[in-house]
Design a protein around this ligand. Structure first.
Ligand SMILES: [Zn+2]
Length: 422
């Protein structure tokens, strides 16, 4: 990707949370505005920002390989994951699977030499999904060259008896495949969490895009949980996005996941129930969760980029998020599977009457945008044609996985928070 995170990234100092201007109060981090100081103060409190900053790519001595484990994670699970991560820090990438296997074997509640290859297999898939295994999942070109897949490793590790066959995988219902660009990658299923004695609860339960709470940030647990409830494909792209974004010279730190919006602190403003229905109207002070975020400014952290990896979200949900980013000064980075996904997204948004501007002068969205020479040109056309999207950049997973773009190619040279990107 050309650039590495720099040494002076990730400083968080001279923190001033709110500023007063003629229209009311504004959050210094994201620009969120309200007449009420208490609401703005709840937008990016230092404790939350520090917590999110702790999930950042930090300096090289303390770099997070994967995701920071959420504070609410079951303590037994956290202990297992932390000890495996520590063991992996001591070895190079070629020893990742044998080291993780030995460490897992010590935590699985089996008698000595009784861990089966299949049990090992499902737990390694779980570690892969949580981004605990450096270098995994392996890319298609790496398979067979220098790296074994988890399944190949389990079938060759003679100290763990039993096969891991394709029919074992299908019959077990403990793992499933999801597409990540050129290939499919394995994730664990809810049944896995029911069976495993070390994996703790299935954090997928906590996924929710619109987190509304009545008791301030202390009650918002969802933000740090969210990536742990997603598939391997989603999480791998999210991690890549964070690391990729952190290589931009103007980005000081990047984190996964990130929330913006002020949790209502007044009991009258919201019910005590989190909103579960994705189709419901968001409340004015809803907290929105995004997959990753980038911050800029060495003396004052400012939100510069908010990103989403499109997964199973509805178009309506994505548009709500994009509109919410628009209320801040940040750029909305939308990660889609491929170029066609951009057209599909536009077409759906247009077709459902969710856009105020016609997306194309003709009826055929794909045909119109497919004629443009590059994804960059598609982005420029969208930003010019659709004012609601003048802060949006689409990036494809192909571009990210193949390392064909650096963040400096996506954002203009003068890019930073507060600078309109045109
Ligand atoms: Zn804010």
């Amino acid at each position: 990707m050309g650039l590495e995170p720099s040494d002076n990234q990730c400083r968080l100092n001279e923190y001033q949370q709110v500023v007063e201007d003629k229209s009311g109060w504004a959050c210094n981090v994201c620009g969120f505005e309200s007449q009420r100081k208490s609401v703005v103060k709840a937008c990016h409190p230092k404790s939350q920002l520090n917590r999110e900053r702790d999930t950042a790519v930090t300096d090289r001595d303390d770099e997070h390989v994967g995701f920071v484990f959420p504070p609410q994670m079951n303590s037994k699970t956290r202990t297992v994951l932390t000890s495996i991560r520590q063991a992996l820090e001591q070895v190079n990438e070629s020893a990742v699977l044998p080291t993780a296997a030995t460490a897992l074997d010590q935590h699985l509640p089996n008698a000595p030499e009784e861990t089966q290859a299949f049990q090992l297999f499902t737990h390694l898939v779980w570690l892969q999904q949580y981004q605990v295994l450096p270098g995994y999942p392996v890319g298609k070109t790496e398979i067979g060259e220098s790296k074994a897949t988890i399944r190949q490793f389990c079938n060759s590790a003679t100290q763990f008896p039993g096969p891991v066959s394709e029919s074992d995988i299908q019959d077990s219902e403990l793992v499933e495949r999801s597409r990540m660009y050129r290939r499919k990658v394995l994730s664990v299923t809810p049944q896995f969490f029911e069976q495993s004695e070390i994996a703790g609860e299935n954090l997928a339960f906590y996924r929710d895009w619109n987190v509304s709470y009545s008791d301030g940030w202390a009650g918002v647990k969802f933000c740090s949980y969210s990536v742990f409830g997603e598939s391997t494909a989603h999480n791998t792209v999210v991690r890549k996005c964070r690391d990729w974004l952190a290589t931009h010279p103007r980005i000081d730190w990047a984190c996964v996941p990130h929330t913006i919006g002020a949790p209502p602190t007044m009991k009258t403003e919201s019910s005590t129930q989190p909103t579960q229905e994705t189709g419901s109207e968001p409340t004015p002070n809803s907290v929105y969760m995004y997959d990753f975020a980038g911050f800029t400014g060495t003396s004052q952290s400012q939100l510069a980029v908010i990103g989403c990896v499109i997964g199973s979200e509805s178009v309506r949900e994505m548009l709500t998020k994009i509109n919410h980013v628009r209320e801040t000064e940040a750029v909305a980075l939308v990660i889609v599977l491929n170029r066609t996904s951009i057209y599909t997204f536009l077409y759906e948004a247009h077709n459902q009457g969710l856009l105020q501007t016609p997306v194309v002068p003709t009826n055929n969205v794909s045909e119109y945008y497919a004629r443009l020479p590059s994804i960059q040109a598609v982005n420029e056309e969208i930003r010019e044609r659709i004012p609601e999207f003048d802060h949006v950049h689409f990036v494809t997973i192909k571009q990210l996985i193949d390392d064909v773009i650096a963040p400096v190619d996506v954002f203009p040279a003068g890019f930073s928070a507060g600078v309109p990107v045109k």
